[in-house]
Write a protein that binds this ligand. Structure first.
Ligand code: PGA
Length: 255
């Protein structure tokens, strides 16, 4: 049975007060028992997350990591530092990291590896831009993003990882992929991985990300290859985020 996951990527938003209110709201809520709920606050609020979520089933993680363990890398945070604060997951290769911070395919692959070596579960984000989609290159791009990681770590590493399909054109734009468009790409991703190892591919949770909201989550999450969501903007508000977590309960993926 595939794990259903709803993850909230706060990005660089909110103050300490906002973070506290959001974490408390989530910690005190009833979380569906068969959904893994994860929050990704900015690094500086991770101690707060570990304090406020320690008695809840909600997990937390880093939005990024450095590929090394320690050293002269001003401004960076490593996997051991994240696990020190109880992180279980880390986002790797988010499109904002790839485009704004110039993380190329080998860098993303090294970060994926560093996450696992450091005891974290990487959530590997893949996705195409609008231009790439329009020019018919979407599948090629996704294929390359997956292949570079598989080459670096081998398919067996995906036993302990999550993939998030996030079309860049849908992130923060309000333009959600339709459930059918998303399903098509999720099925493609699974098919790519099946070629390497069917058992691993069929057990892998593949999340959809890009303008997921309470009112479109059920439509997306009930598609057969969509196992939950990576939520940006809508994860900054307790009620809406919890409604999205609830939507994952209706997931009808093959068990
Ligand atoms: P969004 O962001 O939900 O605000 O579109 C998703 C993401 O970037 O993970």
């Amino acid at each position: 049975m595939r794990k259903k996951i709803v993850a909230g990527n706060w990005k660089m938003n909110g103050s300490r007060t906002d973070a506290e209110a959001l974490l408390k709201g989530i910690a005190n809520a009833e979380i569906p028992s068969d959904v893994e709920v994860i929050v990704f606050p900015p690094f500086v609020y991770l101690p707060l997350a570990s304090e406020l979520l320690k008695h809840s089933s909600v997990k937390w993680g880093g939005q990024n990591l450095h590929e090394g363990k320690n050293g002269a890398f001003t401004g960076e945070v490593s996997a051991p530092m994240l696990t020190d604060y109880g992180c279980k997951y880390v986002l790797v290769g988010h499109s904002e990291r790839r485009s704004l911070f110039h993380e190329d395919l080998p860098t993303v692959a090294r970060k994926f590896k560093a996450a696992q070596v450091g005891g974290l579960i990487p959530i590997l984000c893949v996705g195409e831009t609008l231009e790439e989609r329009k020019s018919g290159n979407a599948e090629n791009i996704i294929q390359q993003q997956l292949a570079s990681v598989i080459e670096a770590v081998s398919i067996s590493a995906f036993q302990n990882a999550v993939v998030a399909y996030e079309p860049v054109w849908a992130i923060g734009t309000g333009l959600t992929a339709t459930p059918e468009q998303a399903q098509e790409m999720h099925a493609f991703i699974r098919k790519e991985l099946v070629q390497h190892d069917a058992a691993i591919a069929n057990k892998l949770s593949i999340l959809y990300g890009g303008s997921v909201k309470a009112d479109n989550a059920v439509g997306l999450f009930t598609m057969p290859d969509i196992d939950g969501g990576l939520v940006g903007g809508a994860s900054l508000e307790v009620k809406g985020f919890l409604a999205i977590c609830q939507a994952a309960v209706y997931d009808v993926s093959p068990q």
